[in-house]
Design a protein around this ligand. Structure first.
Ligand SMILES: C[S@@+](CC[C@H](N)C(=O)[O-])C[C@H]1O[C@@H](n2cnc3c(N)ncnc32)[C@H](O)[C@@H]1O
Length: 386
């Protein structure tokens, strides 16, 4: 075992529990953002009702062991796994009460590899890495260290975190309580890529917190869910998620079903060819969710790889998105991975407001003030209360 010099150890024990040995870029690539104790406490609070004598609590992406700090407990079997040699050395130096295993948690996924018997109650906790492994930066790291991203084909997904969730079903964990982007549940394509995980687990509880709570996270905030799942053959479908009541730390709750999304009314993705039912000199910059709208341009005049053609009948919806961007710049973090939403009571009179607003803006006229309708005002008041 490598014995680290005292000063170095002290640095590692930094209260931020940050992955100090990694550059910011390397942290993004391996998803090594260490979890603040406040969030770790929520996880233990959620699993406590299910802990019985001899329960195994396993973290397969344990990093510096944030989830086990001050959690020594003779009645539990606590296992920390990480594939990073440095993290494993650190764990061995600092946690005498843990079983520590160095392993890529995404291959050969069997209980026996962690010394856990099939009949043993197993609870998986942690904060697995999440990032899109098809992204340029992840491809670069893969070229440099090809073993880093070896994933069992059974659980291979575009996003590392989704593969981690799917690995928990391979281990038939009785409960799973982990942090993951809220978008895994609320974006239907992500939700569907959870495959056997969503078919065999049911969400019991989910507390949504701001990614800004991670002291070393940069960039726009996005919602992270601390989610408790129970192994259950009923599984869950997207309707279940739509009606699920997510909690916030301030005691408020929200569910997708109380929002009317623009999703099916607009197209979000570029298209090379289009008919004369589309505008030929005005396009919309491709987008995914509220966060990407806030970050990017909206209307563009040039036709390029990012241009979404605008169907003439749908201009009002794109005009609405531009309004939404300007009006709700400070929208709370937990809504930032949502699609743009609107007031289902809007009538043509309301939609006209958005079209007139954008026409005047695009013609570079002195920003004409059009009076907002009462439904628009009511909607703004509703959003301000979210
Ligand atoms: C987001 S960090 C979480 C660390 C820890 N749970 C915490 O909150 O302090 C993710 C950890 O997963 C580890 N990791 C990434 N891919 C892995 C894999 N395939 N198998 C095991 N560990 C992995 C990284 O080395 C990193 O330490």
């Amino acid at each position: 075992m490598i014995k680290l010099p005292f000063n170095y150890q002290k640095k590692l024990a930094d209260i931020k529990h940050s992955a100090n040995h990694l550059t910011y870029q390397a942290k993004i690539n391996s998803g090594s953002f260490y979890t603040p104790s406040q969030l770790v406490n929520y996880v233990w609070e959620f699993i406590t009702p299910f802990l019985t004598k001899n329960t195994t609590v396993l973290d397969t992406s344990a990093g510096k062991g944030s989830f086990f700090i001050n959690r020594k407990n003779r009645d539990l079997s606590l296992i920390a796994v990480d594939d990073d040699q440095w993290a494993v050395n650190y764990l061995k130096e600092n946690f005498s009460f843990l079983q520590i295993i160095q392993k890529n948690a995404l291959i050969n996924i069997k209980r026996v590899n962690y010394g856990i018997q099939n009949k043993q109650k197993l609870i998986i906790i942690g904060n697995p890495p999440y990032n899109d492994i098809t992204s340029l930066k992840a491809r670069k790291i893969k070229e440099n260290s090809p073993n880093n991203l070896v994933i069992d084909p059974q659980i291979k997904s575009r996003d590392l975190g989704i593969s981690f969730l799917r690995s928990y079903y391979q281990l038939k964990a009785d409960y799973v309580c982990v942090l993951h982007p809220l978008s895994y549940l609320i974006k239907e394509t992500n939700f569907n890529s959870l495959k056997e995980f969503k078919d065999n687990y049911r969400l019991l509880k989910s507390l949504v917190v701001d990614s800004k709570k991670f002291s070393d996270a940069k960039g726009a905030s996005f919602p992270i869910a601390i989610s408790l799942y129970q192994l259950d053959k009923k599984g869950m479908n997207y309707e279940y998620i739509k009606n699920f009541s997510f909690q916030l730390e301030n005691g408020k709750q929200f569910s997708l079903s109380s929002f009317q999304f623009l999703t099916d009314l607009v197209s979000k993705y570029p298209k090379k060819t289009f008919s004369d039912e589309y505008l030929n000199n005005l396009f919309f910059f491709t987008f995914r969710d509220i966060n990407s709208i806030m970050r990017n341009r909206t209307f563009i005049q040039e036709f390029n790889n990012y241009s979404v053609p605008i169907h003439k009948d749908k201009l009002k919806y794109y005009a609405y998105i531009d309004y939404f961007k300007e009006e709700f710049r400070d929208i709370p973090f937990y809504l930032r991975n949502f699609d743009v939403f609107y007031n289902p009571d809007f009538t043509e009179k309301d939609w006209n407001y958005f079209t007139q607003r954008i026409s005047s803006k695009l013609e570079n006229k002195e920003a004409k003030k059009f009076p907002k309708t009462s439904k628009i005002k009511a909607f703004e008041a509703w959003v301000a209360n979210l």
